[in-house]
Write a protein that binds this ligand. Structure first.
Ligand code: ADP
Ligand code: ADP
Length: 239
């Protein structure tokens, strides 16, 4: 059963050199509980695709069908609700966050913004639960992210993405900034969470060796187009 589908998706940028077809008529679907890997060299359009799918960037044309509805037609209020279902995990989760916020404040932020809890104690409990889910010790609650290693920082990013109980997560190079040993821990965590919560992932990476471990199917992107979309066994088939 399909959770999300991109149909004839396009995103063009006006640049000094003219119109750049960053996402050039892209089609794919992702079934519930599945991971679609999106791989390709730097600049081929992966991040732009991930952002357009979540409407963090407006598409130039096309459709994003999520649970049967084209979210590109949604108004602001519909989109605000939809955002809770669709989250993103970035390569560097703190590039855009306030470094003066503690770990628990960062995880609580989406809960606060969306007014999920009336009662502070309930929210506190949910934040602790999220910390436990991603393997962050309770004693770290008041620590600032820059005091932590990259793996723990990425765990915060994951906890934040999970806070509103989404169905779909865009993983945008989530382990690319991490040491190889820590990459495996984070990938295993994401895999466990996916199985536990039935999550659906679009997993973006320039690193085919990472993508082939996590993906059910792989889309290969080149100059804004998906040039191959298949299960990895077919991509790596030896003659
Ligand atoms: P990838 O994630 O595969 O590295 P991106 O999606 O970041 O690729 O970028 C695709 C292309 O679109 C690149 O040529 C990039 O420079 C260009 N691009 C991305 N964002 C913008 C923007 N806001 N304005 C103009 N060009 C952009
Ligand atoms: P990533 O591919 O990891 O997302 P980038 O360095 O490609 O990181 O992009 C960082 C930000 O800059 C993004 O918001 C992207 O849309 C924007 N960007 C990328 N390329 C360009 C460009 N050529 N012109 C303007 N903005 C760009």
């Amino acid at each position: 059963e399909k959770l999300i589908e991109a149909r004839n998706l396009k995103k063009y940028f006006n640049t000094k050199k003219g119109l750049l077809h960053a996402v050039d008529d892209v089609n794919f679907y992702i079934n519930k509980g599945e991971t679609l890997g999106l791989v390709g060299e730097s600049g081929c359009g992966k991040s732009t695709t991930g952002r357009v799918v979540l409407r963090l960037l407006e598409a130039t044309d096309g459709e994003i069908i999520f649970e049967g509805k084209d979210i590109l037609q949604f108004n602001k209020e519909q989109m605000r609700q939809m955002r809770q279902e669709m989250q993103i995990v970035f390569q560097d989760p703190f590039a855009s966050l306030n470094p003066r916020m503690s770990l628990s404040d960062i995880i609580a932020e989406p809960l606060v913004v969306n007014k999920v809890f009336k009662d502070k104690a309930d929210m506190h409990k949910r934040v602790r639960e999220l910390m436990e889910t991603v393997g962050l010790a309770e004693r770290l609650a008041n620590v600032f992210p820059h005091e932590l290693d990259g793996g723990r920082r990425q765990r915060i990013g994951i906890a934040r993405a999970l806070a509103l109980k989404p169905k779909f997560i865009v993983q945008d190079e989530p382990v690319s900034a991490l040491d190889v040993s820590i990459q495996a821990q984070i990938l295993n965590l994401m895999d466990d969470l996916q199985k536990e919560m039935g999550l659906t992932y679009l997993f973006i990476s320039h690193d085919l060796s990472v993508v082939k471990h996590v993906s059910d199917r792989i889309a290969v992107m080149y100059l804004g187009k998906i040039v191959e979309l298949t299960d990895y066994k077919t991509i790596f088939k030896t003659p």
